[in-house]
Design a protein around this ligand. Sequence first.
Ligand SMILES: Cc1ncc(COP(=O)(O)O)c(C=O)c1O
Length: 411
Amino acid sequence: MSESDLPVPPIPNARDAVRGLRPSQIREVANAGFGVADVLPFWFGESDRVTPAFIRDAASAALAAGATFYTHNLGIAPLRVALADYVSALHGTTSPDHIAVTSAGVNALMLAAQLVVGAGDRVVAVTPLWPNLVEIPKILGAHVETVALDYGERGWQLDLEQLLAALTPDTKMLLINSPNNPTGWVMSRDEQRAVLAHCRRHGIWIVADEVYERLYYADATADADSGTPGADSRTAPSFLDLATRDERVICVNSFSKAWLMTGWRLGWLVAPAALMDDLGKLVEYNTSCAPAFVQQAGIAAVQQGERFTRELVLDLRASRDHLVDALSTVPGVDVKAPPGAMYLFFSMPGASRSLELCKALVREVGLGVAPGSAFGREGEGFVRWCYACDTARLDAGVERLKRFLAQRGTH
Ligand SMILES: Cc1ncc(COP(=O)(O)O)c(C=O)c1O
């Protein structure tokens, strides 16, 4: 038999765990908008503004100076020091030995999961939630159980007892994202305390996604918590305010949101020093390191960006309030102002089939919003709108929404 007579193997497939991943419904809606000439995109989690000039200049200078080589797996030393200072100022003493630089928040989430979970492990996640957090552990073969936030008069709330009951002793990892994408829910300090105590008791890892920690709009005085060393009203309550640096708590953070650096792909982890050698190996086999000139720009962001971030938060709060007011005038829309992140997650006529609704919105009136079902079963019935843009554009979007509802006769 010649080689050409050998049977051709069947068409190759990816592993079952990979084939079972949910495709992004936000992407599905965006695809439905291809060919629509004039779309107002509010579906992705990013601002319409470019990264501030002082950060872009730092990257240009680093490039001009030849910062084009591989770096240490865990990041260049000056950035780890700058991040340790930044985290210490917000959340209490943190050394560079507890910091690892990553290729943005999503890579930090993957690294954290790779450090902690393996095939068959039980993971608990609080939902609705940005889908990446739920899907990443599944790539590693873990089982993800979800605990849903409740929606009521006061907006989205955690049923703490339900979460604690789900955190059984055989749970490996809790994934919690606060301030939350998509709901804007913020976990309270007392809830964090109770969850930390419970996880300590059972040896459960907490992976806290705090990439929106600076996008927090609660009144500083209302949030005052003098009993918590390191707590700072510039950020949402953080597990870092309560945990020691050498227990089973890993905090994920990113340059994307507080400094408008989504396209740069830079983030960091705060994790026990004992993990760092193993984390370095994982970074090596995933990305090897974040780009050197991007890391240099990161130093400028954390060292010179405080004023920028504070102004950004004021702008975002004003945009949030503007959009809440505008949407409140639309009959059938139920919207509340959440305390964090940069999204409104609201119900409206037709949202009980939110994917169909969002595709129709983009096709018929060029309004690009994300379907609630993209964020888990309990997100169905809602639509997510990112308000990180100027108010004229928000108004134009609301006009399109009104036109759509009028065309459908629901308005
Ligand atoms: C909850 C949450 N975590 C992490 C990320 C990751 O962001 P990046 O990978 O740009 O740092 C995002 C981005 O939207 C997010 O919403």
